[in-house]
Design a protein. Structure first.
Length: 424
């Protein structure tokens, strides 16, 4: 197996570091990023080589920072890219696609980043996988650690959705609920990382590798569009890492010759109003991201002090993208709209993306002549409580088991569009 990684590089001062479990530059404290030899990748990689690979993120292994023959793999990635004509018509858009990452092994896009992080962590000799999580990362780390035969230690805020807690504990790792926000949990994990250097904290000391997993969203979108780039993508923002790496992924496809030239993809960001430090800075036209105390049903995005917020702002501005924040009521409405029009049940983060898509379409920031891809990053079963009390969460009627009761209930429901013609 060939490895095209040349090392790590500081995103600020460009100093080079070896490809080890390092995440900050010890000269300027800038974050580190994986550096590749793109010329060598370009002479090896091809569409045919990728298309002959597994139906997972590992078909893009030439562009990932690991040279392990047998990655820690539950089958993350190669999720459906679904043409969404009915939703597009509702929103006044033209060619719209949904990247359906609800289909991942633990139901969110986090399986992409964790599969990469734990493959690298195992290679570096770590026996324990750890993380601070807003929920989905916890699910994925616990599951992939079980798959790899590693121990896991997962720290979460104490007030997560029930499904996300169960989906973490079931895999048998250590799960610690912390009385505080995600930002409190994350700070504790930063302290633990120096205290316990033999643990791989996927979003701290191996974050550099973890982050690369998100590039596979861009790779898949381009391949599934027949090796073409979209004009515009809409990405939810928690830490801002995913958005930044989706942009990097499209740029890399140009660099290694898998797309004709560096594609011009506008990247727009989506946040919930109750936790919108990046959207606020974008709309105010400033670089200064003011940390907030999150209060929103979109818990997977509830990061008040986003580590990659500044880089996300830079990507959105440089690519001509936009950014907006939406209310919790709009999130619930958007979850229903996506489900009714396209048959995809998203968690609250997906509701944030679709509500933001609607808002940017209405304002003209996303245009009907663009080919648009919206990233639906997590499954609705993880956040059912967000819908409790809403119209989508109750049966049309509850009846006695008789034909008469059925007919009465069905006729009373003016909403249906069925015909009484028998099917031949
Ligand atoms: C973590 C998460 C995000 C945000 O990703 P970042 O890289 O932190 O910006 C989006 N959607 C879902 C479902 C998530 O779990
Ligand atoms: Zn530096």
């Amino acid at each position: 197996m060939v490895d095209f990684v040349t090392g790590l590089r500081c995103r600020e001062c460009q100093r080079a570091f070896p490809a080890e479990a390092l995440h900050v530059c010890d000269y300027c404290f800038g974050p580190l990023e994986v550096a590749y030899d793109y010329e060598r990748i370009a002479s090896t990689v091809s569409r045919e080589r990728i298309e002959a690979g597994p139906r997972s993120i590992w078909r893009y292994r030439d562009l990932l920072p690991v040279d392990d023959e047998t990655p820690v793999d539950l089958g993350a990635g190669f999720t459906p890219l679904v043409r969404a004509d009915r939703l597009a018509a509702e929103l006044g858009l033209g060619e719209l696609w949904i990247k359906d990452d609800t289909a991942n092994p633990t139901g969110s896009f986090k399986d992409r980043v964790v599969s990469v992080a734990l493959t690298k962590a195992r290679q570096l000799g770590f026996k324990v996988a750890a993380c601070a999580s807003t929920g989905n990362l916890a699910n994925s780390v616990a599951a992939h650690a079980a798959r790899a035969g590693m121990d896991s230690v997962v720290l979460i805020p104490h007030d997560l959705e029930a499904a996300k807690v169960t989906m973490t504990t079931v895999y048998g790792g250590t799960v610690i609920a912390v009385e505080g926000t995600y930002d409190d949990v994350n700070r504790l994990c930063a302290e633990l990382t120096s205290e316990r250097p033999s643990w791989a904290f996927v979003n701290v000391n191996v974050r550099t590798y973890y982050a690369e997993g998100s590039k596979t969203l861009a790779f898949e979108i381009a391949e599934q569009l027949g090796w073409q780039a979209p004009d515009h993508v809409v990405v939810p923002i928690g830490s801002g890492s995913q958005l930044t790496k989706v942009a990097k992924g499209f740029a890399e496809l140009g660099k290694v010759g898998l797309l004709p030239e560096e594609p011009a993809v506008r990247v727009s960001g989506a946040q919930a109003e109750g936790c919108s430090p990046v959207a606020t800075a974008f709309l105010e036209g400033t670089d200064a991201i003011r940390p907030v105390k999150p209060k929103t049903i979109a818990k997977s995005l509830a990061i008040g002090n986003p580590a990659d917020g500044w880089y996300a702002l830079e990507v959105m501005r440089r690519t001509g993208g936009s950014c907006a924040a939406v209310t919790d009521a709009e999130v619930v409405e958007a979850i229903g709209l996506l489900a009714r029009t396209e048959g995809i049940f998203a968690e609250t983060a997906g509701g944030v993306t679709i509500a933001t898509l609607a808002k940017l379409a209405a304002s003209g920031a996303i245009r009907p002549d663009e080919r648009v891809v919206a990233l639906v990053t997590g499954h609705g079963l993880k956040t059912v409580e967000a819908l409790s009390g809403s119209a989508g969460a109750v049966p049309t009627a509850t009846i006695a088991p008789t034909l008469a009761a059925f007919d009465a209930a069905f006729d009373a429901d003016g909403d249906h569009h069925h015909t009484e013609e028998p099917v031949r």
